[in-house]
Design a protein around this ligand. Structure first.
Ligand SMILES: Nc1ncnc2c1ncn2[C@@H]1O[C@H](COP(=O)(O)OP(=O)(O)O)[C@@H](O)[C@H]1O
Ligand SMILES: O=P(O)(O)OC[C@H]1O[C@](O)(COP(=O)(O)O)[C@@H](O)[C@@H]1O
Ligand SMILES: [Mg+2]
Length: 543
């Protein structure tokens, strides 16, 4: 694809009180500056972010290697970007593989007649296909300066550089004959609302292409090696109503067999399309499976659908299940609020999931409007001392009579004893910050002789075991369908996500290089601080 170059020439100017229309100049000299100074005084605590965190919150690229004195740096950057986001394809390994016309054509397949190859669509023109050169723009804001809120600039001058990724959807030509496909679906890691919706859509879409060998692998990657676990045959009939309940029809697990064993199992079972639903770990596994299949010259399409309520996958607007988890968390926060509000000097503490990313806690706090203190892993805090959480709670009891604190499970780990323990997937087992915060609050108020009625709510598993809400239901539907389109189009080692409201295919390594984190200098975190009214819980010299 050629590079499309844009010159930003702002034609639309917003009417402003300082414009010449207002005779005698501005009614409010420097009003803009003053308002923003006042407003931002509370929220613009530019948090000193470690360089590690900085690189993790900016979701595209490490720019340190770019030589900006080179007049061609922008073209080179875009070329490099295009190469990085190129989608691995079956023809990389099988260059002689020829595509056939797609069997996905809604016009031809309503009602589904089922038998192939006799029912391939005719030559009739249908405009429902995505062109392989279609692209989605990854970044849509032109920041005029690196100091603009949330700016993600590539060069010090904040040059506008377009970053295009591949558009998801059905292609006119496909690389698998439906009658030769055996498709498998596997769900790994922890639960997440919407898993059943995605399974359902994958099955339904595969059937529309004409696939009739579809199986589920039980209990995550473990199902590939455990002899006691047998494949689950899947069809539209089986999955018709599964989205009405939470969990996964197939079950989930952490840990499991080696990549070699998984690929052995794929070979033995004759699986040539694998749909992998999971988070960072699962995708690392999916990419390794894809690489191993390439190495063994197996024609297998491995396509991921990102699943994580933590919303910690890079580049995407959000992952499915996140919205539902935030919504479900409202019930816990509201209960904490009612309890705290109804008690004399009541303090409600709610612990929410979020291993390394505080998105659930931040969004749930923002959404509820009932939280006074939100603590997330990305922002350090102190419990004790004049600027600590406990002193602020005392202030809240004095001024409001009650308080609600929402803490993400990965927050404040520096305050807890490190265990070095890991789960079966190798994820660090975290100390319980919710319990610790609760204990410290009780101890503190006892010590200072102030009455405090502390209620602790831990809805952890409740927010992820529920059924997907309507908006997640739609997201799951589109992701599931696009996963199948991606596999039939011959892509492998890819995943599907929503980027700037459009659906895109992304090479797996680009989305899992590190967990996506809340940027403490982002507008969303600032909005959260404005909403809760909380101060900084650390001093500059603490960092
Ligand atoms: N780096 C990796 N390479 C291969 N497989 C992995 C890797 N990390 C995790 N896995 C496997 O992926 C599955 C899910 O990983 P886990 O971290 O528990 O959940 P999630 O995918 O939600 O992050 C597990 O079966 C685990 O063994
Ligand atoms: O008890 P489990 O199953 O290990 O799950 C706990 C973890 O699951 C999560 O909800 C999601 O993690 P995954 O994306 O790895 O599944 C984390 O927030 C949490 O730490
Ligand atoms: Mg994970």
């Amino acid at each position: 694809m050629g590079t499309i170059s844009h010159v930003i020439t702002p034609k639309l100017t917003l009417p402003h009180l300082t414009s010449s229309r207002f005779h005698g100049g501005s009614l409010f000299p420097h009003s803009n500056d003053r308002v923003s100074t006042l407003k931002l005084a509370r929220v613009s605590r530019k948090i000193r972010v470690s360089s590690e965190l900085k690189s993790q919150t900016s979701s595209t690229i490490s720019h340190s290697a770019i030589d900006f004195s080179d007049p061609d740096w922008k073209a080179k950057f875009q070329e490099d970007f295009e190469a990085r986001f190129r989608l691995p394809h079956i023809t990389d390994v099988f260059p002689d593989d020829l595509p056939i016309p797609s069997t996905f054509c809604l016009k031809m397949r309503t009602p589904i007649t089922g038998d192939f190859p006799g029912n391939y669509p005719s030559d009739e023109e249908w405009h429902g296909y995505i062109n392989n050169n279609d692209r989605v723009l990854l970044k849509t804001i032109h920041y005029s300066s690196p100091t603009s809120a949330g700016a993600e600039c590539i060069d010090p001058g904040c040059t506008w550089v377009e970053q295009w990724v591949h558009r998801a959807g059905p292609r006119e030509k496909i690389y698998f004959q439906p009658e030769h496909v055996k498709a498998a679906i596997v769900t790994c890691g922890g639960l997440c609302p919407g898993l059943n919706d995605v399974i359902r859509q994958i099955v339904i879409t595969l059937e529309i292409y004409g696939v009739n060998k579809i199986v589920g692998i039980p209990f995550g990657y473990r199902g590939f090696s455990d002899q006691e676990l047998t494949e689950v045959p899947l069809s539209r009939k089986v999955v018709q109503n599964i989205h009405l309940s939470g969990g996964s029809l197939l079950g989930v697990s952490r840990g499991g067999p080696s990549v070699n064993d998984i690929v052995d199992s794929l070979e033995k079972r004759g699986i040539n399309m694998l749909f992998v639903l999971g988070g960072n770990g699962t995708h690392a596994g999916a990419n390794a499976i894809h690489n191993e299949c390439c190495k063994r010259r197996l024609k297998v399409a491995v396509v991921g659908v990102p699943k994580t309520i933590d919303n910690d996958i890079l580049l995407m607007d959000k992952t499915f299940g996140f919205d539902t988890a935030v919504e479900e968390a409202q019930r816990a926060i509201n209960s904490a609020y009612i309890e705290a509000h109804s008690a004399y000097h009541g303090i409600g503490v709610v612990k929410l999931m979020g291993r390394s990313s505080g998105f659930i806690a931040m969004h749930a706090s923002l959404s509820s409007g009932q939280v006074d203190i939100c603590l997330i892993p990305e922002v350090p805090f102190k419990l004790h001392g004049p600027h600590g959480v406990l002193n602020h709670l005392k202030y809240l009891l004095q001024t409001k009579g009650s308080a609600v604190l929402c803490v993400a499970e990965g927050a404040g780990q520096d305050l807890l004893q490190k265990t070095n323990a890991t789960d079966a997937s190798g994820n660090a087992v975290l100390g319980d910050i919710g319990v610790r915060v609760q204990q410290e609050i009780k101890k503190y108020f006892k010590e200072i002789g102030v009455h405090a009625d502390v209620k602790y709510i831990d809805p952890t598993y409740m927010i992820r075991a529920c059924r997907a809400n309507a908006s997640d239901g739609i997201l799951c539907t589109v992701l599931g369908q696009n996963a199948v389109h991606g596999a039939f189009a011959g892509f492998s080692g890819i995943t599907v996500g929503i980027c700037n409201t459009h659906y895109a295919y992304l090479p797996i390594p680009e989305v899992i290089s590190h967990p996506r984190l809340v940027d403490p200098n982002s507008r969303m975190w600032h909005r959260c601080l404005t909403s809760t009214g909380q101060p900084d819980f650390f001093d500059d010299y603490d960092l």
